[in-house]
Structures are given as structure tokens and as C-alpha cells.
Design a binder for this molecule. Structure first.
Ligand SMILES: [Zn+2]
Ligand SMILES: [Zn+2]
Length: 189
């Protein structure tokens, strides 16, 4: 056991500029174990607040969002670039599960961060925060987030769409609702 106290520190790799691939590999290793943890958490959610059908859980290289729920495909997508710790997976997965739960119970009326979603968050033992900073990585510019009321897809824009008109999601003709405007100063917790 003592030996482990006197281990030789591995030589630091020469300070080379990291390539994008090296950076992605580093992120990948930091995420090890998180997919298993996410599956466990999903099982817990399904047992605590059941829904008609278990959602599919997918990991994608989402550059800016920690994750999102798509109620048309009934899936939760998590970002392997943004989520690097269990606590972040915990916060994100339950937030997204609550979106699907609200839609499972109330249909499209459950979309967004309204009362139905908040009630589902509370049922899962969470404080339904209006701002969900975890969905924000360091943002150097304003990001305006809309959600399609029909398919649930999140759409990010640089500017707010002019008010007084109904804006539709090209892919499905669903109505776009304003979710939030992230100011440049907002950073993830
Ligand atoms: Zn949300
Ligand atoms: Zn849509």
C-alpha cells in the first residue's frame, strides 16, 4: 500500500497546442461512466413518476445545449460535450424527463416551462427553476431560444423574431414559442 504513496508522477506531455480531436478525446474520457449513470437515473425517474412509454436516451455532440427532450420521437438527447459531471447529468436528465412527463399527461399543453412542467419537476423532487442555466455553456453572444410547440425541438437564434406575428417551425409547421433569451453574461453554474 505504501508504494502507492511513492509512485512516480507520469511525465507531462510536452506542451503542444491541443488539436480539436485531442480536445474531444479528453472530453470523451471525462464523460466515462456518465451514460451508465444516465440509464440508472432514467430507471429511477420511470419508477418515481411513470409515463406510458419509456423514452429513448441518446448522446450527441450538442455544442451549446446540455440536452433536450423531443416528444415526437419520445427521446431525451444529452450532450457529451457539455455534460462532464454526474451532477450535470442529474440536473439535465430530470429537467428533460419532466418535459416528457408533462406532455405524457397533458399533451402539447404540457410543452414549455409552464405549470405542468413545474408540477412534474416537483413530483421528481426538484425545484422548478425558471432559468435553467445548465442548458447554457459559456455564451459570448446573445442566444434567443424558441421551442416548437408541435415537435418540441429547440431552435436557437441570434435575435428575437419580430413580435405580433405567428412564427412556424419550417420542418413541421408547429408554432414557435419564445423560451428564453440568454444574455452574453450568463454562464453555466
Ligand atoms: Zn427545458
Ligand atoms: Zn416542429
Amino acid at each position: 500500500m505504501l508504494q502507492s504513496l511513492h509512485f512516480k508522477a507520469p511525465k507531462r506531455p510536452r506542451a503542444k497546442p491541443r488539436s480539436a480531436q485531442q480536445f474531444l478525446d479528453y472530453r470523451k474520457s471525462a464523460c466515462e461512466g456518465l451514460p451508465d449513470y444516465a440509464e440508472e437515473l432514467l430507471t429511477w425517474c420511470l419508477a418515481s413518476a411513470p409515463m406510458k412509454q419509456a423514452p429513448q436516451l441518446l448522446w450527441r455532440k450538442l455544442p451549446r445545449s446540455a440536452g433536450y427532450a423531443n416528444h415526437r420521437d419520445w427521446r431525451i438527447v444529452l450532450s457529451c460535450l457539455v455534460l462532464l459531471e454526474k451532477s450535470q447529468v442529474y440536473e439535465t436528465l430530470i429537467h428533460e424527463y419532466a418535459h416528457l412527463l408533462a406532455i405524457d399527461r397533458f399533451g402539447v399543453a404540457g410543452a414549455g416551462h409552464g405549470e405542468h412542467w413545474k408540477a412534474c419537476m416537483r413530483e421528481l423532487g426538484q425545484n422548478p427553476k425558471r432559468t435553467h442555466n445548465y442548458e447554457t455553456v459559456t455564451v459570448n453572444r446573445q442566444v434567443v431560444v424558441y421551442q416548437c410547440k408541435t415537435c418540441g425541438k429547440f431552435i436557437e437564434r441570434k435575435r428575437r423574431l419580430p413580435r405580433g406575428k405567428t412564427w412556424l417551425h419550417k420542418a413541421c409547421n408547429g408554432r414557435l414559442i419564445h423560451v428564453e433569451t440568454r444574455r452574453p453574461s450568463e454562464e453555466r453554474k
